[in-house]
Design a protein around this ligand. Structure first.
Ligand SMILES: Nc1ncnc2c1ncn2[C@@H]1O[C@H](COP(=O)(O)OP(=O)(O)OP(=O)(O)O)[C@@H](O)[C@H]1O
Ligand SMILES: [Mg+2]
Length: 256
C-alpha cells in the first residue's frame, strides 16, 4: 500500500476546505479506507473540528524532520494537527534549499500506512500552500458558487498552476484535478445558479455534486460529528466525492 496524497486546496479563504477534509476523511474511513489527515494551516481550524485541544506535537515537527505523534480520532482515521506555531515554518523554510519539498519528503515515512492522505492548506499562496501542492498526487478544489469563488478558481488554475509548473517539472495543474466541488450553494439565488452553470459548462465532468449552503455544516463540525451522521440528508455529495476519490485512487468502491 502506498497512500495517494490529496490536497483539498484553493488559495481563497473560507469556501470549506477544512469542512471538506473533515467530512471526506470520515466518509472514506467509514468505507474501510485507511486515512491520514495532515493539517497545514496554522489557524488550527481542522484540529478543532476533530476536537483535538492541545496536541503534544504538530505538523511543525513533521516538517522539521523531528519526532511527532499522530492522533487516532476514529477507526481508520488518523490526524496530524496544526497550531499557530506552525507559522514559523514560513521563516525557517527560507534557509532550506529544499523548502518546497519538505512535506513531500516527510510524507514518505507514513505513505506505506494509509490508502489516502488528505492535506488541508491555509488560504494563501504561501510556502505551506506550495508544499501542499508539491506533495499532492491529486487536487480537490472547493469553489463557492458566486463570482469571487469562480475568480478564485481561475487564479488557482492560472497563477498557481504556472508557478507550480515551474517548480514541478512536467506537472500541469489541470491534469491533476480529482474534483471541483461547488460549495455553499443556494439554489434560490439566480447568481448562484449562473455560476454553477458556468462551472459545469467549462469544467464538465470534473465538477462533483453540489454542496449546499447549510447551517448544518458549522453545527456538525462544532459537534465533531461528520455530516453524513449529523444530517444524513446532506450525505449525498460526500458519498459521490468519496466514490470519485476511490476510482481515481484505483480502489474499487465495493472492495472490503
Ligand atoms: N456548505 C456550507 N454551508 C454553510 N456554511 C459552511 C459550509 N461549508 C463550510 N461552512 C462554514 O464556512 C466557514 C469556513 O469553512 P471552513 O473553515 O471549512 O473553510 P476553509 O476554506 O477551510 O477556510 P480557511 O480558508 O479559513 O481555511 C465555517 O464557518 C464553516 O462552518
Ligand atoms: Mg481551513
Amino acid at each position: 500500500m502506498a497512500a495517494k496524497v490529496i490536497a483539498y486546496a484553493i488559495q481563497k479563504g473560507g469556501p470549506g476546505k477544512s469542512t471538506g477534509v473533515f467530512n471526506l476523511a470520515y466518509l472514506l474511513a467509514s468505507r474501510g479506507r485507511k486515512v491520514l489527515v495532515v493539517e497545514l494551516d496554522p489557524q488550527g481550524t481542522l484540529r478543532r473540528f476533530f476536537g483535538i485541544d492541545k496536541p503534544d506535537t504538530t505538523t511543525l515537527q513533521m516538517l522539521r524532520g523531528e519526532r511527532y505523534h499522530i492522533v487516532t480520532v476514529a477507526e481508520n482515521l488518523d490526524v496530524l494537527p496544526a497550531t499557530p506555531e506552525l507559522a514559523v515554518i514560513e521563516l525557517e523554510a527560507q534557509s532550506n534549499p529544499m523548502w518546497g519539498a519538505m512535506l513531500r519528503e516527510a510524507l514518505d515515512d507514513v505513505r506505506g500506512d494509509y490508502d489516502f492522505i488528505l492535506l488541508d492548506p491555509p488560504p494563501s499562496l504561501s510556502i505551506l500552500m506550495t508544499n501542499t501542492i508539491f506533495a499532492a498526487d491529486g487536487l480537490i478544489i472547493p469553489v463557492e458558487t458566486e463570482e469571487e469563488g469562480y475568480n478564485g478558481l481561475l487564479l488557482l488554475l492560472n497563477t498557481m498552476g504556472e508557478t507550480m509548473g515551474r517548480i514541478r517539472k512536467h506537472w500541469r495543474i489541470k491534469d491533476n484535478i480529482i474534483a471541483i466541488v461547488p460549495t455553499k450553494h443556494d439554489r434560490r439565488l439566480t447568481h448562484h445558479r449562473e455560476v454553477l452553470a458556468l462551472l459545469q459548462q467549462n469544467y464538465g465532468p470534473l465538477v462533483s455534486m453540489v454542496v449546499r449552503d447549510s447551517v448544518k455544516y458549522p453545527d456538525s463540525t462544532s459537534a465533531h460529528i461528520p455530516i453524513y451522521q449529523f444530517a444524513p440528508d446532506h450525505a449525498a455529495p460526500w458519498v459521490e466525492l468519496a466514490e470519485r476519490v476511490e476510482r481515481w485512487g484505483g480502489v474499487s468502491s465495493n472492495a472490503r
